[in-house]
Design a protein around this ligand. Structure first.
Ligand code: HPA
Ligand code: ZN
Length: 356
């Protein structure tokens, strides 16, 4: 095998966890058109090619406009089930062993879809299809930060009856102008009720938003977080506390946060000893699932095998799995690494780091 093929096989095969995936962002154009026809939802697209042509984003908001439009085709419980099943099948093909899935209930309840329809369709797929595919998962309910705090609180109240199905809460949608601290009371209550907490911060917004997510929302992880490197004190804090950061490289390039994958700052984040993970965000919209994110980083930035191992280990460690399950998955990584071709055959693959 050529070196390139060895590295690609390594990226493909290593057991992975995904911690930042919006289920509505896994809606492939084919399923979007099929559900639109079935449910009688009008879309401004006549073909898959036309849908894909519209995926030319200039920033986060231009993406969100299309993403919320696409989500309107999801109407009955089985639509949410099929969407989630399709994502899980793709994830399993790429050796994702554990996934923590975001969903945006307000996008659907605002259209008159019941909260229960949304959560039970997604959860049923996670439980049934996840089991069949040997893949574990959790659900994280996101509040839309461009809607009011009162609406977020009402959504949290609705989630209480479904707490057995929902591991945590998060914060997403338009970032600039909607600081995390606004949602302090919602996150206080969520934590009191036992939900884990995460928040999108520092994707387009400034490092102060990351500080607010940490200090006011007291989140367990930061989603995106790439603008942290603009604030040395913040980097020192994130590194010291090993706060996990769920980075989504293809998303950042497609939403023009970076001009190209070569400009992405993930390698600097790793060099700064941050607890970084690699994720797909909205794979149907951004040109790839988790494996393509790793591959693009390898091609553009020379991400090596030891980096891949570190990123994969970080993701299981940063997950909301219990310690025993984490350890089992970390052992799977160890087994995978020790069964790989001999030392030196992988670019950037120091034997020390791999056996540590
Ligand atoms: N940022 C904010 N909100 C989102 C995103 C994102 O990248 N994807 C889906 N909702
Ligand atoms: Zn996201």
């Amino acid at each position: 095998m050529e070196l390139v093929e060895i590295m690609e096989a390594f990226i493909h095969g290593i057991p992975k966890a995904e911690l930042h995936i919006h289920i509505e962002g896994a809606l492939e154009p084919e399923l979007m058109l099929e559900l639109a026809a079935k449910n009688g939802v009008a879309l401004p697209f006549a073909s898959v090619a036309e849908v894909r042509q519209a995926y030319d984003f200039k920033d986060l908001q231009s993406f969100l406009d299309i993403y919320y439009q696409g989500a309107r085709v999801l109407v009955v419980e089985d639509d949410f089930f099929r969407l989630t099943r399709q994502y899980l099948q793709k994830a399993a093909e790429q050796n994702v062993r554990h996934t923590e899935i975001f969903f945006d209930p307000q996008t659907h309840t605002a259209r008159g879809i019941k909260f229960e329809t949304v959560v039970s369709g997604i959860h049923r797929a996670l439980a049934d299809v996840g089991r069949q595919l040997g893949l574990s998962g959790r659900l994280i309910m996101c509040f839309l930060r461009d809607l009011s705090v009162a609406e977020a609180m009402a959504t949290l109240e609705e989630a209480r009856d479904f707490q057995a199905m929902i591991a945590g809460v998060g914060l997403d949608s338009s970032e600039v102008g909607f600081p995390p601290e606004n949602f302090g009371p919602v996150f206080d209550r969520a934590r009191q009720w036992g939900f884990k907490t995460v928040a999108h911060a520092g994707e387009e917004g400034p490092p102060t938003y990351i500080w607010q997510a940490l200090e006011r929302l007291k989140v367990d992880r930061i989603d995106h977080g790439i603008r942290c490197l603009e604030d040395a004190a913040l980097v020192a804090y994130l590194a010291d506390k090993q706060i996990p950061i769920t980075v989504c490289p293809l998303s950042n390039v497609r939403l023009k946060v970076f001009d190209s994958m070569k400009q992405h700052n993930l390698m600097q984040m790793l060099a700064s000893k941050l607890c970084v993970t690699v994720n797909s965000d909205d794979p149907a919209y951004f040109g790839g699932y988790i494996e393509e994110n790793f591959l693009e980083l390898h091609r553009a930035q020379g991400l090596g095998a030891e980096d891949v191992v570190m990123l994969a280990r970080n993701a299981f460690n940063a997950s909301f799995l219990d310690p025993v399950a984490k350890q089992q998955y970390l052992s799977e990584i160890d087994d995978f690494v020790s069964a790989r071709p001999g030392p030196g055959s992988l670019p950037g693959c120091g034997t020390q780091a791999l056996s540590a």
